[in-house]
Design a protein around this ligand. Structure first.
Ligand code: ATP
Ligand code: MG
Length: 376
């Protein structure tokens, strides 16, 4: 662990203490997908300037600190929030895509994919190598591509876009060590030059053009998209996020389908977001019905499942290039503490096709018990 101390400017003793306290954890499982890695640790909880998800990598080509992706603050009152944070500056309204956060970095001879909490994911790493040109990193060796991974081959988030496989949409280019982000227009130029997919910039305008921003959001809502991230064109101020009614409701459906796995806070936050949006954009029966349905229909579905003798599951279909990558991915899920079941494994011309399911034990047990007449 000496290299962690060296990279973060800590004493060897402090690094060991962090490890004992569970703040510093292993960031990867051994795998042939990771030939350039000698060792890597991640920071589980923000300490000092280092965000949660920061990774320290000892690679064949030296040490690398990859800072965690910063939390984006959310506003609930769109107009007041925009005015308060951005005044009348020039901003970009970017689409907020709903997938999982991936930082792509180069270590040694190849690129590596790090997920939000700082784990180097074997599955995602294999996919980024198919999709992201390594030549970007020849010019920008100390930078990372921060992107959203979406598609029907996502192991962590269901697909909302009709994307086959897994695609990576870059939203920030940041310096790995300082976490400083390039300005929006420079980012756009670079991504265009390297033909790297980016999240859509829906609008660039002065922050005072709130009516126009509201229209962008309504349009996104009708297309069943998640929301927007508002960014200072120069990336000097912190970005803000705001989600559509569709996203609030689909989160609620998810949370109520697996109501024992999800916290009360998660549910309450989404209901309150929707209340603020109804207040600002207008209450309607339609909005009320959408909210109510997303809660009730999802919960009833789980009750019906258990009633018919099944378990409440979340299933995912994934494709791996080889047996070995799949083995590494299973180890990786164990490291994350995710219990899962293999439902189907078959070889096809695409590789190894696997259907795995997360068993929602707590919800299943609770529903079963309540259906038997037990009290809550
Ligand atoms: P946090 O707010 O800490 O980032 P969270 O899990 O609550 O975490 P979300 O509500 O999903 O996150 O919103 C932030 C996430 O949105 C980012 O971490 C990023 O993965 C994703 N995202 C999608 N599109 C964009 C975009 N255009 N710009 C920035 N982030 C984006
Ligand atoms: Mg998200």
């Amino acid at each position: 662990m000496n290299f962690v101390a060296e990279a973060l400017n800590l004493s060897k003793f402090s690094a060991e203490r962090l490890f004992e306290r569970g703040i510093l954890k292993k960031a990867f499982v051994k795998s042939e997908v990771f030939p350039d890695l000698i060792d890597a640790y991640r920071i589980e909880k923000k300490f000092g300037i280092y965000e949660e998800g920061t990774v320290v990598i000892k690679g064949k080509d030296g040490l690398k600190v990859v800072r965690g992706f910063p939390k984006i603050k959310r506003i609930l009152a769109l107009e007041a929030g925009i005015k308060k944070h951005f005044g009348d500056r020039e901003i970009a309204v970017e689409e907020k895509m709903n997938g999982y956060n991936v930082r792509v970095v180069k270590v040694g001879n190849d690129i590596y994919a790090i997920t939000r909490r700082g784990l180097i994911c074997p599955y995602t790493t294999e996919k980024v190598r198919e999709k992201i040109p390594v030549d970007f990193f020849e010019e920008y060796a100390n930078f990372m591509l921060c992107c959203e991974a979406v598609g029907n081959a996502s192991p962590y988030v269901a697909d909302h876009y009709g994307i086959e496989g897994l695609e990576f949409f870059v939203f920030d280019i940041r310096d790995c060590r300082t976490n400083v982000a390039l300005g929006i227009e420079e980012k756009e130029r670079i991504l265009r030059r390297y033909k790297i997919k980016a999240v859509e910039i829906l609008k660039k305008c002065r922050a005072s053009k709130v009516e126009e921003i509201k229209r962008v959001l309504e349009e996104l809502n009708s297309k069943k998209r998640e929301g927007i991230v508002l960014k200072d064109l120069e990336m000097k101020l912190e970005p803000l996020k705001y989600t559509t009614s569709f996203a609030n409701c689909s989160d609620l459906a998810y949370a109520f389908r697996f109501f024992e796995e999800y916290s009360r806070d998660f549910m309450l936050a989404r209901i309150i977001r929707e209340a603020f949006q109804a207040f600002e954009f207008g209450y309607s029966e339609e909005r009320a019905l959408r909210l109510g349905k997303s809660i009730l229909e999802a919960a009833i579905e789980s009750i019906k499942k258990v009633k018919s003798g099944e378990e409440v599951l979340e299933t995912n279909r994934l494709v791996f290039s080889s047996e070995k990558v799949y083995e590494a991915f299973k180890m990786h899920l164990k490291l994350l503490g995710i219990a899962f079941r293999e439902l189907e494994v078959k070889k096809s011309e695409r590789g190894l096709e696997v259907v795995i399911a997360r068993v929602m034990r707590a919800t299943t047990d609770r529903v079963k018990s309540l259906l038997q007449g037990n009290t809550w």
